[in-house]
Design a protein. Structure first.
Length: 223
């Protein structure tokens, strides 16, 4: 490597470094997001006294955050043809999750009705992604290489795996023994899910602002 090439590489690294103010701001933002979970659960249980029910603030936040995440990925798929396959699949996933989370309202039509719009969404999403299958794998890999995507997939892991295992009745029956209260188990699980949705939505917002890994794709073309 030439001396000038080394300097250019170093300059690229320097321009990629965030400022101290940005790091502190991000830290404060995520501290507030994490604090929002116990605050919301406290309001549902201690202030309104209804617990984490289907009509609680916690549940409404679940639905709102999922709608935002799904909407941002759908908007990205609409605006960015070169990323359409991948972003359509992401939007489809979060839309189906939203419909499942919103099942209490859809049950007013008929019990389990959420499955029908979810299947329709899944079919349309897969069809669009298949038509744009050349814009699926590489955009996915480029996005996963970004810090923004890290928040999304950590949130998904928390939601689909951690909250399900940490919120099982068997675990809390063993912890609480004869004093077992299902409301405690539900509160822990729903609170963990709220944290997961906050991470997913925050990652979706950052991903949208940063172009869903667009910079990673540009660097790959230049190399």
């Amino acid at each position: 490597m030439t001396k000038s090439g080394l300097f250019k590489s170093d300059n690229k690294r320097e321009t990629a470094l965030p400022s101290l103010a940005a790091v502190v701001g991000e830290l404060l933002l995520f501290a507030l997001l994490v604090a929002l979970v116990p605050i919301t659960v406290y309001l549902d249980t201690a202030v309104w006294g209804d617990g984490v029910s289907e009509d609680s603030i916690t549940e409404h936040l679940h639905n709102t955050l999922l709608a935002i995440a799904a909407g941002l990925f759908a908007l990205g798929a609409y605006q960015r043809e070169e990323l359409r396959g991948y972003l359509t699949l992401a939007a489809t996933l979060f839309t189906c999750m939203f419909l499942r989370e919103y099942d209490a309202a859809l049950d007013r039509i008929s019990h389990g009705f959420w499955i029908y719009p979810a299947l329709l969404t899944l079919a349309v999403g897969i069809w669009i992604a298949w038509r744009n299958r050349g814009t699926t794998l590489l955009p996915l890999l480029h996005h996963l290489s970004t810090r923004s995507a890290t928040f999304v997939y950590i949130g998904v892991v928390l939601l689909l795996f951690f909250s399900r295992t940490f919120g099982t009745s068997a675990l809390w029956e063993a912890v609480m023994g004869a004093g077992y209260d299902s409301q405690v188990k539900t509160t822990v699980q729903e609170g963990t899910e709220l944290l997961a949705y906050l991470l997913i939505t925050c990652g979706a917002v950052l991903s949208h602002l940063h172009g869903y890994g667009e910079q990673a794709a540009l660097q790959e073309r230049r190399s």
